[in-house]
Write a new protein. Sequence first.
Length: 114
Amino acid sequence: MSGEDCIFCKIVSGEIPAEIVSTTDHTVAFRDLDPQAPTHVLVIPKRHEPDIGSLAAADPDATIALLAEARQIATKEGNGSYRLVFNTGADAHQTVFHCHAHVLAGRELGWPPG
Ligand code: DGP
């Protein structure tokens, strides 16, 4: 899927509304439509890349910015414990093929994941 058809690119451009938590030079963070924890924020790069591995290969600065912003949000909203999830590939339940980190916090999180 190219940037043109991508729902998260449309959130970056403002074409589709979202509850924005933060924006930086490289990232946008917004609340997940279907929250799985009291804090469930998606942090995405503004640049369209399908997954975290592709982003890391193409743009290390944006990758570091994404991780740093995830930590900022988790620190601000959580109690120090949080989970960062990058579902990667259809079998891992990736449904939107624009790189995104799920920041989950605010409740005890079970392990192993399903
Ligand atoms: P994943 O399964 O890892 O690809 O997660 C995609 C997440 O994106 C899923 O938890 C729901 C969320 N999502 C999908 N479409 C939208 C949208 O239009 N707005 C918001 N805020 N979240 C969305």
